[in-house]
Design a protein around this ligand. Structure first.
Ligand SMILES: [Zn+2]
Length: 389
């Protein structure tokens, strides 16, 4: 397949009008024109790399936001909200986990995410071609110092080529502040270590993490909801590597698009672009080529309207009209579907998202809704948004 006419992001601040081909799920800037192939004219559009969501709990995205914060730390939040025998947790947990994971994948796809880091064990369904997005496969993890007593052995068992991801410093109190010292004393602050949240960090803590080449995942709306504030501006200004994450529907405001809007009030567009593309790919130790559009990189990309902005500006201003993963069209807005003759676009299935509009997806949302309705008759919302098919 040959893509022509569009400007293609060459980083946060530059885009070049160039054609490229998609072969075997990879991008090539040296298309073999002697071979006949479908040609797609995307004049008037800008191509951005597929986004990387560095933190989610895919099985918890039909949940409403739970809790009445602000809490001093995440442990206090968890103790307050986890009542599995009572509504609404009881009804949510009655939905089979496989369905809940699919919903989480769909949430990510709808916001332009092509790769997500799931904070729990890797599940077989993630490798199924029907799963809506890519899920990080090689990683070590622990929930947190409080809820994973074996966190140190989990860290030790994680090969250094893989990230080790743990919720940490998620609070505003002394207990949350002390977690950095505990991790440092245990020798866990290394270049593969990824702390999620870090709200308790000050500038010295951020510098200490940066020196150890550890990284942070920032989930601004989740932090605001549970703790009443997010990470300190000094931490955002430090040299620390930071990626952006949504967390789940239990605490986050929505999907990665919503998180980008919130984060844009605190960091400049170029930094934000890196947080969801190349920076996130580096932190999660994804293979070379993820988070960028270059020769040989995975054909994971977004199609947005080209208003002449830089890629970083467009990332925050334009919702994706199409999402492509491994060269396959996974999502198209109804407007895009009306004008684009992408091979196979007619086979996509409709999905309506509250506040976003009508899409076609390479995913049977109607079937997912029907299967969910067998066991759940409550208000069906995906990370806060009503969904219909
Ligand atoms: Zn989390």
């Amino acid at each position: 397949m040959l893509i022509t006419g569009a400007r293609v992001a060459a980083g946060a601040t530059a885009a070049i009008r160039r054609r490229f081909s998609v072969n075997d799920g990879l991008i090539s800037f040296s298309p073999r024109l002697s071979h006949p192939q479908p040609q797609i004219d995307l004049s008037g559009f800008l191509i951005l790399p597929g986004l990387i969501n560095a933190h989610d709990h895919l099985e918890f995205n039909l949940f409403p936001r739970l809790g009445a914060g602000p809490y001093p730390n995440a442990t206090a939040w968890a103790k307050d909200i986890f009542h599995p025998r009572h509504s609404p947790v009881k009804e949510q947990l009655a939905i089979p986990k496989t369905l809940r994971l699919l919903w989480g994948g769909l949430k990510n796809l709808l916001s332009g995410v092509t790769t997500v880091a799931h904070h729990n064990s890797y599940q077989a369904i993630f490798a199924d071609p029907c799963f809506p997005v890519r899920v990080l496969k090689r990683y070590g993890w622990a929930h947190s110092l409080q809820f994973s007593p074996d966190w140190l052995s989990r860290f030790c068992e994680t090969p250094s080529r893989n990230p080790f991801i743990i919720h940490a410093c998620e609070g505003t109190d002394e207990a949350a502040r002390q977690e950095l010292r505990i991790l440092a004393d245990a020798g866990v602050l290394q270049d593969a270590t990824v702390l999620v949240h870090g709200v308790a960090l000050d500038r010295a803590g951020a510098d200490r993490l940066a020196e150890s080449r550890a990284a942070l995942v920032w989930c601004p709306t989740s932090n605001q909801f549970t703790l009443g504030r997010t990470i300190h501006p000094d931490v955002l200004r430090s040299r620390l590597s930071i990626a952006l994450g949504t967390d789940s529907g239990m605490t986050g405001a929505g999907d990665l698009w919503d998180e980008l809007q919130e984060a844009a009030s605190a960091v400049e567009a170029e930094r934000l672009y890196e947080m969801v593309t190349t920076g996130a790919a580096r932190i999660l130790k994804l293979p070379v080529g993820f988070g960028e559009i270059r020769d040989g990189s995975p054909a994971d990309f977004l199609v947005v309207v080209d208003d002449g902005q830089t890629p970083a500006e467009a990332l925050v201003a334009e919702r994706p009209h199409a999402v492509v993963i491994a060269g396959q069209l996974r999502l198209a807005s109804s407007q895009f579907a009306a004008i684009c003759r992408w091979p196979g676009i007619r086979a996509l299935r409709p999905v309506e998202v509250e506040g976003r509009g009508s899409y076609l997806a390479a995913f049977d949302t109607r079937m997912l809704i029907n299967e969910t309705r067998v066991v759940f008759d409550g208000d069906l919302r995906l990370a806060g948004k009503a969904i219909a098919a």
